[in-house]
Design a protein around this ligand. Sequence first.
Ligand code: ZN
Length: 107
Amino acid sequence: MSEHVWCHGPNCHTQDTQDRIRGVKGSKVLRTRKVKQYSNHIKMYSYFCSNGCYNDFANKYVREVIAIAPRTVALETPIDVEKTRLTDWSGNSYTETKIVRVDNNGG
Ligand SMILES: [Zn+2]
């Protein structure tokens, strides 16, 4: 595996920064940045040089990305809701609402 990949941001090569300048006088370009790869640490940002490049990619290809794992039904997390009546420093009472996760693993 190569130690670098090219940033996958579709507009990376259009950003005016000095580190992107390549070429000789008369034929200079702004070039896509390289992103260093760490073989045991592959994450989304292993393919993008910045949050901006990641956002550009995600916004351009959102339909394709969603098609990989479409959410067709809502997910649910079982909970209990505990309400406790309390009194604040000035003597006014109020209700504290606490969300408690329910363990559904055979308990
Ligand atoms: Zn980039």
